[in-house]
Design a protein around this ligand. Sequence first.
Ligand code: GLU
Length: 311
Amino acid sequence: MVETPTCPVVGRFAPSPTGTLHTGSLATAVGSYLMTKRCGGRWLLRFDDLDTPRQVPGMADDIMATLEAFALPWDGPVTYQSRHREYYCDAFATLTRQGNLYPCGCSRREIAQSSSAPHHDDDCVPYAGSCRGGMKDGAAIRSWRVTAPADEITFSDRCRGTVTQNISTFSGDFVVRRGGGEFAYQLAVVVDDHLGGVTQVVRGEDLLPSTPRQIHLHQLLSLPLPEYAHLPLVTGPDGSKLSKRDNLVSVQLAAVAGHEAALLVTILRFLGMRPPQELAGYSCSQILTWGMTNFSPEAVPWRGNCLPYLI
Ligand code: GLU
C-alpha cells in the first residue's frame, strides 16, 4: 500500500480552460477547497492548458470570475501548464536516462487491432507493447511510452478507500509525450503537482483510473506522493457524465440571478453533508465556513447524481 504524507496541506483545483465551469466542476472545486481549508491549507489554482486546440480564449478569466462569485479564493499566483514545458523536459530526460521510456510508432488503429484485452474506454485501450523492442523499420515516432510496472499499484483514496490497479493490463505502457513533442497529461500533472508542493489531489472520479499511472511516475521520478480523493461526478438527468457544453448555464444563471448560496448548499448535500435549510440564506463564504467544519471525505457518497437546479 502506498503511504502518503498529510501535512502541511496544499490542495489545488486544476481546470482545463476549454469551457465555462459546469455544476460538476464547481462541485469538484468546492470539495477540493473544503478538504484543503478544513486543515488550514493553501489552495492553488492551475490551468491545465496543454491541449491547445481545445482551448477557448477567455475561459481562464471566466473560470476565475466564477470562483470569485462563489467565494472560492485561491492562494498565491495562478499557474499555467503551458509555461512549465522546461520542467516536463527535465522529467522526460530523467525517465529516458533511467531507460523507462521508449518511442512508439503504433497508430490508434494498430493498437486497437493488436490488443486482445478488454477495452476500458476509448482513451485507454491496453497497449500490447509492440514497440518495446524497437519500432518497425521506417515507422515515424507517434509517441513515447513509459514501461508499465509488473506489480499492481495499490493506494488509499480518501473517498473511495483502497484502490488497486494493474497498469499492465489496464493501459499497458502509457504515453507521456506525443510524436509532435507535446507532453501528455499523465506526466504534466505529476510534474505540476510537485512544482506546486501539492500534498492533496481532490478531483472528479473520472480521473481515478489515471491515478495509478501518476503514482508510478511519482515513484520513477522520486517525487513525494500526494494523497488522493476522488469525488463523484455530477451526472445529467439521464445519468450520463456532464460534458463541458452541458449544464453550464445553471452555474452562470445562479451567479447572475444571485442564487450562488442556494447552489452551494445543494453542492454541500451532493458532497454528503446535511446543511440546515436556513444556510441558503447566508453568504457564500459563511456557507463554505460551515462546509469546512462539516466536510468529511469518508462521507462523500460514491455515486454521482444529477443536481437539482434552482432556476
Ligand atoms: N484538468 C483536468 C480537468 O479539467 C483535471 C486534472 C486533475 O485534477 O488532475 O478535468
